[in-house]
Design a binder for this molecule. Structure first.
Ligand SMILES: Cc1cc2nc3c(=O)[nH]c(=O)nc-3n(C[C@H](O)[C@H](O)[C@H](O)COP(=O)(O)O)c2cc1C
Length: 346
């Protein structure tokens, strides 16, 4: 089975490159290189469309698909001349931030979709059979293939194919003051298909509610040491790390480069933000205040729940989830307990 990730895939395509006279399928395909990232790490964008046959060329594009934490958990088995099977590389999962592998599976879909778009560039159609040996259980992925894909002559180029090499995930702050017009939102939702429904809203109440949800989700992910550390481990700081790993979340650019090389920003330092503060907190509480960090943490969660109740548009059930309670009832019980304890203390 050929293992496919950006790094190894690069070797694989370049292996056959010398024999190639075919340049990139180009045909007006522009490329969007990551600014401030070393040339070697950008190579797959430059060499996309090169390969010994339509399948290899389509795969060289598919390797540019978006995927969670840039883990590229794709394994490809080449079968005969025109078929392939896609598997999840189970050595490359996100057990803390994606425990049920929901994002990993979405990343497989992105790969298949990009492959199908790329096949069209050369007049092929990708016949995709999802889960040919049965679907995964809802709580995980297993050894069985995600899809079998066969390239069949007679496909057409989709206009989106030209965006494969230009597309990048936006990692910049969004301008939340710019509200899309109703016409723009309608144009977006009109892209819905039978398989995927696109919804959009500019209604201030709904937007606020969605923002609150996203915010508390981010808060949980960055404040929980185990989820935060999983992301930290995948951060690539500076040109050397980005070139060496070719996966993960790149923290490139001039400033990060200087901070990384001088040791001001290191993965260890980032990790310590989570680790040290937890240890310090535990010692502080036990020795100094006489009660445990867990009780204090419970109070913080209850305070946050109270604040969300006042300031957000979230329902009680959503507030309970956002603050780590199993249900609105459990949150209410914890609130009542705290009130009783406060009364008893007075
Ligand atoms: C299912 C899924 C979830 C993602 N979640 C996030 C996210 O929460 N935050 C983020 O900045 N990027 C997210 N991304 C984008 C990936 O980080 C990005 O696709 C990957 O780093 C590769 O970079 P590229 O899309 O620019 O090629 C997600 C991508 C996928 C497919």
């Amino acid at each position: 089975m050929a293992s496919l990730n950006r790094r190894r895939f690069l070797k694989w395509t370049l292996g056959g490159f010398a024999a190639l006279s075919t340049a990139a399928i180009a045909g007006g395909v522009g490329i969007s290189l990551i600014p401030d990232v070393p040339a070697a790490a950008n190579a797959p964008w430059r060499t996309a469309g090169q390969g010994r046959n339509p399948r290899e060329r389509a795969l060289s594009y598919a390797a540019l698909a978006p995927n969670p934490h840039n883990l590229q958990s794709w394994l490809i088995e080449l079968i005969g001349d025109d078929r392939m099977r896609l598997y999840v590389d189970r050595r490359r999962l996100l057990p803390e931030t994606d425990p049920v592998n929901r994002q990993i599976v979405i990343g497989q879909g992105c790969f298949i979709e990009t492959l199908a778009l790329a096949a069209g560039l050369e007049g092929y159609r990708a016949e995709v059979t999802l889960f040919p040996e049965g679907a995964f259980a809802t709580n995980g992925v297993d050894h069985r293939p995600v899809a079998e894909v066969r390239l069949i002559a007679g496909g057409q180029a989709d206009p989106l194919a030209h965006a494969i090499t230009q597309r990048r995930s936006v990692k910049e702050p969004f301008d939340v003051t710019k509200i899309p017009s109703n016409g723009q939102l309608r144009a977006l939702t009109a892209l819905s298909t039978a398989d995927a429904r696109l919804a959009a809203t500019a209604s201030p109440d709904r937007v606020k509610r969605l923002r609150d949800l996203l915010y508390v989700g981010m808060e949980i992910e960055t404040r929980l040491p185990r989820t935060f550390l999983e992301s930290v481990k995948l951060m690539r700081i500076g040109a050397e790390e980005i070139t060496r790993h070719r996966d993960g979340i790149d923290l490139g650019g001039g400033m990060m480069e200087v901070l990384g090389r001088t040791g001001i920003v290191t993965r260890e330092a980032l990790a310590d933000l989570a680790r040290v503060s937890v240890r310090q907190l535990e010692r502080l509480f036990r020795d100094g205040l006489g009660y445990g960090v867990h009780r204090h943490y419970l109070h913080l969660r209850l305070d946050r729940a109270h604040q969300l109740g006042r300031e957000s548009a979230l329902s009680r059930a959503e507030i309970a989830t956002a603050t780590g309670f199993a249900s609105a009832d459990e949150l209410s019980r914890a609130e009542r307990r705290r009130r009783r304890q406060a009364q008893a203390a007075n």
